[in-house]
Design a protein around this ligand. Structure first.
Ligand code: ATP
Ligand code: MG
Length: 437
């Protein structure tokens, strides 16, 4: 991608309306543009990041045994009347009427719809367990949309739904999702702490929110510092093993961690003082076991092994995919801009040609750019070096290859790692080898 041809608009001025750093940087780096309150266009760089984040979520859901499908954004009110939620959901639901005066809505979530879809095919216990998910836009008419895509009205969510024959089966499905979430967030360079969440009338302990620590977070959180040091990707639990999933669950949930709403002073007092941490956090995911809350009223039942009809036990599992883009920036930035982790960067490499028109510079820059056709941006604009440095830092490419006339004459390239600031001067061959690795 050549910057002279690309649509990658950056802003020099800090937009006045943005109150938190991720929102400011998303606007300045040209990732998003607001089209109306809480509704955004994802510009090319932002869309590429959103796709990387979605892909990691997808891979980890698949690894855990969930299967992807795609349900529509628009739903009929009739579905929601059956579960009894149509009246209860209130003003957050965007209600629409079609030309035949039929009440419709823009889906804020999909429990009713997935239960209805599953019901059309599931007849026996052999159709269980199943876990189905989609990554789809949701609409919630939030009272106060704010902080950019952090709390939008239209936002991208991954929502999975599990169906099990027994409560024990549903607990296993729940633990599989808990482990999948820990792996997912870690792959994005985030430490997400699972915190007990309110289960309402369902009771039990099977509801957790996943919280990223950030000063600008909306929730106050209390946690045991030991939780931060667990390496989930290295833990290597087996998704199919009930014992492994139990062990993973115990490891993730045996230490104190709670949001303000669930905070328990007595339990908190038992955490050794040196390990007590308090801070602000951003909710990036929420998993929930809710038994037969939807299967029962929606009339989902299958024949059990003994021929008796059984109402499946369900859970739902959400990830705020678009919110994650902002959360990653909250976790990885400095005064100059974004520092994308490799796994979600829109492009992995920016090739900065400091003197377009200089034959040695052009030759080196073209070679490097051509070596990574999908993953490199070439800054071939007739701009000052300072402008190129500033834009590359702002946009946060994990690698910068800096090509100036003096180095280029000697066949040398400077590589800069955005995350650490580390710099190295290498021959073209060594630079290519380093970047390919
Ligand atoms: P919140 O308390 O932040 O409103 P929620 O409890 O309403 O979240 P869920 O229904 O559990 O959220 O949705 C799953 C995930 O979707 C949340 O964990 C969050 O990451 C994301 N999400 C929810 N509302 C929004 C929103 N308005 N904008 C962006 N992401 C959202
Ligand atoms: Mg909400």
């Amino acid at each position: 991608m050549r910057l002279t041809r690309a649509f990658l608009p950056t802003l020099k001025e800090t937009p006045a309306e943005a109150q938190i750093v991720s929102h400011r940087l998303m606007l300045r780096a040209g990732l998003i543009r607001q089209t109306s309150a809480g509704i955004y266009t994802w510009l090319p760089a932002g869309w590429r990041v959103l796709r990387c984040v979605s892909q990691i979520v997808r891979e980890e859901q698949d690894r855990a045994g969930a299967q992807e499908l795609l349900m529509p954004t628009i739903q009929s009110a009739e579905l929601w009347q059956r579960s009894g939620r149509y009246e209860d959901y209130g003003k957050e639901m965007l209600r629409i009427t079609d030309r035949h005066d039929r009440p419709m809505l823009y889906g804020p979530t999909n429990e009713e719809m997935i239960t209805d879809v599953f019901k059309a095919y599931a007849t026996s216990y052999r159709d269980l367990p199943r876990n189905l998910y989609h990554i789809q836009w949701k609409f919630r008419d939030e009272l106060r949309p704010r902080f950019g895509v952090m709390r939008g009205r239209e936002f991208l969510m991954k929502d999975a739904y599990s169906f099990d024959l027994t409560k024990e089966g549903a607990q296993h499905s729940y633990r599989q999702m808990l482990y999948a979430y820990l792996r997912t967030f870690e792959r994005m360079g985030l430490k997400a702490l699972p915190m007990r969440a309110d289960t309402g009338p369902i009771g039990g302990n099977l509801s957790h929110e996943f919280i990223i620590l950030a000063e600008t977070g909306e929730s106050q959180v209390f946690y045991d510092a030991e939780l931060e040091s667990i390496d989930w990707a290295g833990a290597a639990f087996d998704f199919d093993s009930v014992a492994d999933m139990q062990a993973c669950f115990d490891l993730a949930t045996s230490r104190y961690a709670a949001t303000e709403e669930m905070h328990d002073e007595a339990a908190w007092a038992e955490v050794p003082e040196a390990r007590r941490r308090q801070g602000r956090g951003i909710e990036v995911g929420h998993i929930f076991y809710f038994g037969t809350k939807y299967s029962e009223p929606m009339g989902l039942a299958v024949a059990g092994p003994d021929g008796q009809m059984v109402v499946p036990e369900m859970g739902s599992y959400g990830i705020g995919v678009s919110r994650l883009v902002a959360a990653i920036i909250e976790a990885h930035h400095d005064e100059a801009g974004i520092k994308w982790p490799d796994s979600v960067a829109p492009w992995k490499l920016a090739v900065l040609n400091l003197k377009p028109g200089d034959p040695a510079c052009d030759a080196l820059a073209e070679r490097l750019h051509a070596a990574f056709p999908d993953q490199a941006v070439l800054d071939d604009r007739p701009e000052r070096a300072g402008v190129k440095f500033a834009d590359a830092d702002l946009m946060g490419f994990p690698w910068q290859a800096i090509i100036g006339p003096r180095g280029a004459a000697a066949g040398r390239v400077e590589l800069k790692r955005r995350m650490s600031g580390e710099r190295m001067e290498l021959s073209l061959e060594d630079a290519l080898a380093r970047l390919a690795a």
